[in-house]
Design a protein around this ligand. Sequence first.
Ligand code: NAP
Length: 308
Amino acid sequence: MLYQRVLITGANGLVGQELVALLSLHRDFDVLATGRDDASKVPGGSFGYTPLDLTNHKDVKDLLVNFTPDVVINCAAMTHVDTCENERKGCWSVNVEAVENLARCCLMVGAKLVHVSTDFIFDGLEGPYREESRPDPVNFYGRSKLAAENAIRKAGLNNWAIARTVLVYGAGNDLSRSNFVLWVIDQLSQGNKIRVVDDQWRTPTYAPDLAQGLHKLVRYDKRGVYHLSGREFMSIYDLAQKVARMFDLNASLIERIDSQSLNQTAVRPPKTGFIILKAESEFGYKPRTLEAALTHLGSRLGLPVTTS
Ligand SMILES: NC(=O)c1ccc[n+]([C@@H]2O[C@H](COP(=O)([O-])OP(=O)(O)OC[C@H]3O[C@@H](n4cnc5c(N)ncnc54)[C@H](OP(=O)(O)O)[C@@H]3O)[C@@H](O)[C@H]2O)c1
């Protein structure tokens, strides 16, 4: 059994929490979780936690020198797409400069860098996408995430991986940001009307499945770019409808709209989504079906679900 020290950044986010919970179950991983908060939001004590702001380059360097990880998994980012559009300097600092520094530090201590990236590096005109599809982001968040990918490729690391994902949903403890599925459940449960676009298509990803994919990617020491998302390609409106049906909520509260009438600050790519064949065939990535994922989520939230 190869014992590995794994440092996780952004460990209190949606993806970070799932990953900490999963990897710390494996005794051959010594997990050090890091985030901006003073304490971990993941219950259980089989991992370490230390506060770390990725934009503090010296703190990052000191921690990597002291912990000497074999693998660093970067789950930290400014993820709110409209905030990235409005706060470009802050976005670039976390999503690009901090990653450049992290890559330099990984090079210095000989660690593998696994970086979580996004479908928003694509323009959404020809989804679902393969790993080798040509990126062309349509908003600042996407540009920042693509710049980070390029920085990692050019950092001189001999061991790096980029795991791109799509519309991640799930449950977490005291998350600083909600996610689409939780928002739909929350709003419809309160009897609120919601407006949901039918012209944006995705392959929605259940956070625990993504964590499983990242775990396998690390365990099998995979290098290069991998697409890790759900398998089902659907419109966001159809996703909301499915959530409403499965959680026995009032689907008539969901108004079907197009992206133009939503008038969001940042443009969204219309059809992204991923082809996940590479991860499936190279390391057995196996995301649940949407129905199985929502059933699992329902049991976590203590909500009854109706399957078809
Ligand atoms: N969620 C999605 O739909 C989606 C889709 C595609 C790709 N991704 C990618 O998946 C990764 C994980 O995202 P997520 O869904 O877990 O988002 P999230 O819940 O917003 O988590 C991001 C985490 O990064 C932390 N963070 C932000 N700035 C930081 C800094 N300067 N230093 C340290 N930590 C910092 C945040 O901390 P605070 O809570 O303190 O802000 C938060 O805990 C990101 O790279 C994102 O781009 C997400």
